[in-house]
Design a protein around this ligand. Structure first.
Ligand SMILES: [Zn+2]
Length: 273
């Protein structure tokens, strides 16, 4: 079901409760209580008192206004809250919450990394209307960076290709993925990445969906791909080990909530073919 999110504009003032995405040293603050909502909902005044820091209006999720706050690094989180890695929350947060947390994390990182003009070095200013940083000296405008990546599940008969990447946790296998290069479309990137990482050629592609992946600013474009030819030879650099797996002998795969898992689940739901 589509997520109901309106990005803006921010209302002049908030009266109802806000959903808060509070970041502290790159982590998200969640309620300490195990039960109930993970993210705090507070009235605006209380939110400002409890969580002082740089604020960004994120949008409206299911009719509720959402804001992000970045606490100063040397401030301790208030009692009752503790910081958690967003990665670890992916299968605990509803999809809309994860999307807004992802948006917040990327916007804070972008602001932090674009305080100076990359063309002339002058101090930049926030654009008065757009989400952009503008250089007052040379007018160069820097927008939030979003980096497209492809991710693909290759099928051959009733088996899928899963790989263990060099930076993966022990024993975890996933779909093939990689950054797109300037000038290529997503379909070309799928064929190139599969060939470079495994030596295989793929035929027909089928678009599956996309996901914002804020580690640090990727947009994952997911495809199913049919095996066409070639022998499986992992490149030994990005991919340490790879193999064909059937439904009955799947290795440890990524957690629910990730698009890699969604590709695998989609294949299983279609009968593993
Ligand atoms: Zn400049």
């Amino acid at each position: 079901m589509p997520v109901d999110i309106e990005f803006g504009p921010a209302p002049a003032q908030f009266e109802a409760e806000l959903r808060l995405f509070v970041f502290h040293q790159g982590r998200v603050l969640i309620n300490e209580e195990g039960s109930g909502a993970l993210l705090p909902s507070l009235r605006a005044g209380m939110a400002r008192m409890l969580f002082p820091g740089e604020q960004i209006y994120l949008g409206c999720l299911d009719g509720q206004h959402c804001c992000a706050v970045s606490l100063e690094d040397d401030t301790d989180p208030p009692q009752g809250f503790f910081p958690e890695e967003l990665r670890r929350l992916i299968h605990l947060l509803p999809q809309g919450d994860f999307m807004l947390a992802s948006r917040a994390m990327q916007l804070f990182a972008w602001r932090r990394d674009h305080r100076f003009c990359s063309r002339c070095g002058a101090v930049t200013m926030a654009h008065n209307r757009d989400m952009a940083m503008v250089c007052p000296a040379c007018q160069y405008t820097q927008y939030p960076r979003i980096t497209p990546c492809i991710i693909t599940l290759v099928t051959k008969g009733d088996e899928i290709l899963l790989a263990h990447g060099a930076r993966f946790p022990e024993g975890l296998f996933s779909c093939l993925a990689g950054f797109m290069e300037p000038g290529e479309d997503a379909e070309h990137a799928v064929r190139r990445e599969v060939r470079e990482e495994t030596g295989l050629r793929v035929g027909k592609l089928r678009y599956h969906g996309s996901q914002s992946w804020p580690f640090p600013h990727s947009l994952m474009l997911a495809f199913h791909a049919d095996y066409e030819g070639g022998d499986l030879v992992p490149d030994g650099v990005e991919i340490i080990e790879a193999g064909w797996f059937s439904r009955d002998n799947l290795p440890r795969v990524p957690p629910p909530g990730s698009i890699s898992r969604s590709l695998i689940d989609d294949w299983i739901q279609r009968g593993g073919v």
